[in-house]
Each structure stands twice: as C-alpha cells, then as structure tokens.
Design a protein around this ligand. Structure first.
Ligand code: S3P
Length: 162
C-alpha cells in the first residue's frame, strides 16, 4: 500500500484517527502541523501572528516534501487543500481519505486554543465548512463519516481501502 493522506475540517479527528490507523498498519505517522512547527521552530499561532500567508507557504513546502514519503499515514491541516498546487501534491502523495465529521459534533468538542482561525470562537467554523466541504468532497478517494467510535472509524477506512 502507498501513503494514506487524511483531509478534513479542523477538529474532525484527523490526528487521532491518523495515529490509530498508522499503528494498525505499522506505518509511520506524520502530522503536517507538527512537522511545520518543527521545521519552523515556532508554533502555529506564532506563525499566524506573522501573517497567514507565511503559514500557507510553509504548508505548501511540506506538501511537496511529503510527496516523497512511502507507506506513511499523513494527517493534513484543515486548510492544506485550499491551494490547487497543494491538492496536486497531496493527490500525488497517496490515497486521500476525507474525515467527514458533522459540524455540530466538531463545534461541541473542538479545542480552539491552538487554532488561530478560531480565535474569536467557533462561529467561523460554519463559513470555513461551507467553503471547504466541496473541496474535500472533490479531492477524496474515500470518505469516512466520523460520528462513531475511533476503532469503528479506522475499521471503516481500512475496509474501504482494501
Ligand atoms: C487550519 C487548521 C489547523 C492548522 C491551522 C490552520 C485551517 O489544523 O493547520 O491552524 O485552515 O483549518 P487542524 O485541521 O489540525 O486543526
């Protein structure tokens, strides 16, 4: 099998699901946001303070780098799919799995502290969702609804990939 790339809204569970999926497949796991923070030596809120554009360009650099990975589970940031260039790289990287979590569930339990786009609260999620949903849908090879347990969601991904 090749790489598996998880896409979806902020707070949809990509990191948690990605870790569990990687552990079941015995694949390494890479969280794109953690990778950006490591490379930049700064946190995502610190990067956003210097302008969202800076963060978005680092995100593109990482999309390009990760296209060289093999047998890896990669969790993307919610906005990594926004640039057509990134979409091209992600598609080239592996099978794209959209983690589709109902927005009311995201709003209920999302942690906003380290998410600069939500610094004024979760209302912004609805606009982001409207804009991004068609992009996730069009890019996905596989869609998994995350309104079930972690192990059921991971089973669902594995069943659809096999
Ligand atoms: C973002 C989502 C975040 C992070 C950054 C921007 C977005 O990742 O990349 O704060 O544009 O939706 P998560 O999807 O892991 O929250």
């Amino acid at each position: 099998m090749t790489n598996i790339v998880l896409i979806g809204m902020t707070g949809s569970g990509k990191t948690t699901i990605g870790k569990e999926l990687a552990s079941r497949l015995k694949f390494p796991f890479i969280d794109m946001d953690d990778y950006i923070e490591e490379q930049a030596g700064q946190s995502i809120p610190e990067l956003f303070e210097q302008g969202e554009e800076l963060f978005r360009s680092l995100e593109t650099d990482v999309c390009i780098k990760l296209a060289d990975s093999t047998d890896t589970v990669i969790s993307t940031g919610g906005g990594a799919v926004l640039k057509p260039e990134n979409r091209k790289w992600l598609k080239q990287t592996g099978m794209i799995v959209w983690i589709d979590r109902p927005i009311n569930l995201i709003v209920k339990d999302i942690e906003t502290a380290h998410r600069p786009l939500l610094k004024n609260g979760t209302d912004a999620l609805y606009t982001l969702f409207e804009k991004r949903r068609p992009i996730y849908e069009a890019l996905a090879d596989v869609t998994v609804r995350n309104d079930q347990s972690l192990s059921e969601t991971v089973d669902d991904i594995l069943n659809q990939l096999n």
